[in-house]
Design a protein around this ligand. Structure first.
Ligand SMILES: Nc1ncnc2c1ncn2[C@@H]1O[C@H](COP(=O)(O)OP(=O)(O)OP(=O)(O)O)[C@@H](O)[C@H]1O
Length: 327
């Protein structure tokens, strides 16, 4: 599908989230943590956009702004073309129903005093999506969709395994018939063997319910199967966004190249060179000038440590922020 034919569901423009982490006696900020710093991207209807990057680079903060848990410091989030900060109360209610979040820790996100049947049915009742006497049947249907048996509905979250709890969280998100689901590291707390099952389930549900995903993860290996496009973040900034095949076969940004080199290969005939990044990730509190990755970059070029590179289209919608591709 060409870029023009794809329908934009959600667009983020110059999004920023700064936290005042230190204030002086007069309440004036003396240290600002730039968790998300001027990030722009689009999410198209029916796609899964993977968002990856090291811990603390701002992935979850973006997710939280999308589901309205954090107010942006600056920038816009456009849903169906409308700025969400300007929605009426009725429109906001619809937005909050349309955009759901699946959490990293399936245990902490489920009320331990409620049965899973009630946990899944509650958002249907609160949003008055159907008459009360039909809710039980809908819960049965949703439990079935995520691979849980109906007889488990009267059990409590602690009676389930991690993978099953994540299935409950997924059913709860599906209960309100969302359009977009922000999956915030939904498998990182699970055993490797269970991770694949949950990823496959999410993939199947995407097709079945016509869902769109923003899929947040640490590493490129987790999002490889599920994503249509991938965005790579470093220290609050997007470094590269492209179709999955472009990212994995033709990574442009040295940071993406380093992340890819860290994925173990199953092909013993191919010798893979591991790129070891030197130095620590700089602090997002008053971060360094320039491209931010420059202090660790093995292809550092002129202007890297003074000028912030813009995210530019390098052809075919392959966006990259790097001085190596400045034209
Ligand atoms: N409420 C907050 N107050 C102050 N700082 C915050 C707050 N929330 C997040 N941060 C900081 O913002 C930065 C980005 O955090 P965020 O959780 O978005 O990163 P992440 O990429 O999702 O990391 P992880 O993969 O470890 O979850 C971090 O330095 C974090 O400490």
């Amino acid at each position: 599908m060409s870029e023009e034919k794809k329908e934009v569901l959600l667009e983020v423009k110059h999004l920023k989230k700064y936290f005042d982490v230190e204030t002086n006696f007069f309440g004036k900020p003396t240290a600002v943590l730039k968790a998300v710093d001027d990030v722009s991207f689009k999410i198209y209807k029916g796609e899964a956009l993977g968002l990856v990057g090291e811990s603390g680079c701002g992935k979850s903060t973006i997710g939280k702004m999308l589901v309205d848990l954090y107010k942006p410091t600056a920038g816009e989030i456009l849903y169906d073309g409308k700025d969400i900060s300007k929605l009426s109360t009725k429109e906001r209610r619809k937005y909050c129903k349309d955009i759901q979040l699946i959490f990293q820790d399936p245990y902490a996100s489920l009320n331990p005093r409620m049965t899973v049947g009630d946990i899944i049915g509650e958002p249907i009742r609160i949003n008055k999506l159907m008459p009360d006497d039909q809710v039980e049947d809908r819960v049965t249907y949703l439990m079935n969709c995520v691979g849980l048996a109906n007889h488990q509905r009267n059990r409590y979250p602690h009676e389930f395994s991690g993978g099953q709890r994540q299935r409950v969280g997924i059913a709860r998100a599906l209960a309100v018939q969302p359009k977009l689901i922000v999956c915030d590291e939904p498998v990182s707390a699970l055993d490797v063997s269970i991770q694949a099952q949950v990823l496959n389930l999410l993939d199947d549900l995407k097709e079945e319910f016509g869902l769109t995903y923003l899929f947040i993860a640490h590493g490129l290996n987790v999002v490889k199967h599920i994503s249509d496009r991938v965005g790579v973040m470093y220290l609050g900034k997007l470094m590269e966004v492209a179709d999955k095949r472009e990212i994995y076969d033709n990574p442009l940004n040295p940071y993406t190249q380093a992340l890819l080199s860290a994925i173990p290969s199953t092909d013993i005939t191919k010798k893979k060179e591991r790129i070891i990044l030197t130095g620590d990730v700089p602090t997002p509190i008053n971060p360094p000038a320039g491209c931010r990755f420059c202090s660790r970059c093995f292809k550092k070029t002129e202007g890297c440590d003074t000028v912030i590179p813009e995210l530019k289209d390098n052809g075919n919608g392959h966006m990259v922020a790097c001085h190596l591709y400045d034209k």
